[in-house]
Design a protein around this ligand. Structure first.
Ligand code: UDP
Length: 379
């Protein structure tokens, strides 16, 4: 009998399994795909660690999370500084003084601020992504960096999307072109898959196993299920399906040492069909005379496709809440798919650590109250 059957070997399930195993619980991790690591999965293609489901750059402000992941990998000092290609012109991104110098020739924060003041469109209460960006930086920057990319990415007009999608990107009037503001940032040397192998070491993991195809058997083998898949699928779409954006990746080996000179280029015009080209060897550098490039094509999504970006409209939120209310008592949920939230890796890890801490405390409380069950002990 397992204490926990954990469905899904992405960050949420794997971190929870690690913490509970170290506290003395008996865990089994099952994974539908043929591999662990969820969408962080990296595959070794002729010595280059390829991010198979899109680039994953680890960043966090949370020292506890940073210390935790550093137990399982050494992180390089990579920081994410993508470039934008807009109709063939290469520009610095996210918007910073270099960008504004390239576009307008300004050289100081004061000059940049004066120019932005003239560009900003006064909109008192921006009601959507388009209005918010226009009110922050004006039309030229909106059309150069945001309109085309966002329309491709989400398959709809930016004026129909919430501004929360883009507010995570910095706009800086300094020469700093780092994509993230976080204190800690890096890429696990050796790839994410190796990090997950260490994270899950000593814990039984079964890949190519679909929990839902054998749900009763798994439920009968454990006290609690930790489910990290989508809730609509768990309930066989009884109330309907949640909406996602899909992605298609085109991976390509090229016989050149360095194809684009940087990890990622965003194509921000509406005409180029892909949003990004990624050159994986810049994440985790290796010497080789070949390279792997991935073009990322946003795609409409339908049930059965891989899920990437949740379309968090009101209808989706309501559906998610209704499914949550249907969860059996012995189910715990977490992670991007089950919570229907576009989380960064560090947020998922923090929530898994939090849940594990709660479970350990709950178990200790139960032992104190009943003394019927040996306590979970730390190794
Ligand atoms: N975005 C944009 N232009 C860019 C990059 C991002 O307009 O060159 C917008 C777009 O709407 C996107 C959002 O910013 O959905 C968040 O971007 P982020 O880089 O966080 O997306 P991710 O890398 O997670 O796909």
């Amino acid at each position: 009998m397992y204490d926990y059957v954990i469905v899904g070997a992405g960050f949420f399930g794997s971190v929870f399994a690690r913490q509970m195993t170290d506290a003395g619980a008996k865990c089994l991790v099952i994974e539908k795909r043929s591999h662990i690591a969820g969408n962080c999965y990296t595959d070794d293609v002729d010595g280059i660690h390829v991010h198979q489901y899109g680039p994953h750059i680890f960043h966090t402000n949370d020292e506890g999370v940073w210390n935790f992941v550093n137990r399982f990998a050494r992180f390089s000092r990579f920081s994410y500084r993508p470039k934008v290609n807009f109709r063939g012109r290469m520009l610095s991104f996210p918007i910073n003084l270099t960008t504004l110098h390239q576009l307008w020739g300004v050289k100081t924060p004061q000059e940049a601020e004066r120019r932005l003041q003239a560009e900003r469109i006064p909109i008192e209460n921006p009601a959507n992504l388009e209005e918010w960006v226009l009110s922050q930086v004006g039309r030229e920057l909106y059309e150069t960096f945001v309109y085309g990319y966002t329309k491709k990415q989400w398959g709809r007009e930016p004026k129909t999307l919430p501004s929360s999608i883009i507010r995570r990107l910095p706009i800086r009037l300094t020469w700093n072109d780092d994509y993230f503001n976080d204190r800690f940032c890096g890429i696990p040397e050796g790839g994410y898959t190796q990090l997950f192998q260490k994270l899950l070491s000593g814990i039984p993991v079964e890949t190519n196993v679909d929990f839902l195809a054998d749900r009763c058997r798994f439920e009968s083998r454990c006290k609690q299920v930790v489910y990290t898949g989508p809730l609509d699928r768990l309930f066989e779409y009884e109330l309907g399906a949640n909406d996602w954006r899909g992605l298609r990746f085109q991976h390509q080996v090229i016989q050149t040492a360095d194809h684009q000179g940087i990890a990622a280029i965003n194509y921000t015009d509406a005409e180029t069909p892909y949003t990004r080209s990624v050159e994986h060897k810049h994440f985790d550098p290796v010497q080789s005379d070949h390279t792997v490039i991935t073009h990322e094509y946003p795609a409409d999504w339908q049930v059965g496709d891989e899920m990437y970006y949740p379309v968090n409209n009101e209808q989706g939120e309501q559906l998610q809440q209704r499914y949550l209310a249907m969860l059996p008592k012995n189910y715990l949920v977490g992670g991007r798919l089950a919570t229907y939230r576009y989380y960064d890796m560090h947020q998922v890890i923090a929530s898994a650590l939090h849940l594990a801490t709660k479970e350990i405390a709950r178990d200790k409380g139960r032992v104190l109250r009943t003394s019927a069950h040996p306590p979970l002990t730390r190794r």
